[in-house]
Design a protein around this ligand. Structure first.
Ligand code: SF4
Ligand code: SF4
Length: 111
């Protein structure tokens, strides 16, 4: 067995192929997605209410998202999911998304 140490090459960061979409009007502020997100990406937007009177979920740290889909699987109201990036971008640019739908990754790009 060789005793020569080999250099460690770090793996490239995993590229996110999908984007997070949040239908804020459907959110009931149950907090499940926030609790189950392993990367602490999500939080409540306490600066606004949806039509149901809840503070909807938003992304506080979208750069940390790893596309694991836990939030999509756990949400009982299908208010949060991952979507194909190109398709989502088309809808975002065309303004054809439902009212109060946010795609945090694109909103960060606009800033
Ligand atoms: S896909 Fe995973 S990492 Fe990204 S917001 Fe949802 S639970 Fe968090
Ligand atoms: S799990 Fe769904 S309904 Fe509950 S806080 Fe998250 S987005 Fe809103």
């Amino acid at each position: 067995m060789s005793t020569v140490r080999k250099p460690i090459t770090p793996k490239p960061a995993r590229l996110r192929e999908k984007v997070l979409v949040i239908l804020q009007e459907q959110c009931k502020q149950c907090g499940l997605c926030i609790e189950f997100c392993p990367k602490k990406v999500l939080c409540f937007d306490t600066s606004k209410y949806n039509r149901k009177g809840y503070h909807p979920v938003t992304a506080c740290d979208i750069d940390a998202c790893v596309n694991c889909e836990f939030c999509e699987r756990i949400c009982p109201d299908m208010a949060i999911f991952l979507a194909d990036k190109d398709e989502a971008k088309k809808a975002y640019d065309a303004g054809t998304m439902e009212e109060n739908t946010i795609i945090p990754e694109f909103e960060e790009e606009v800033k």
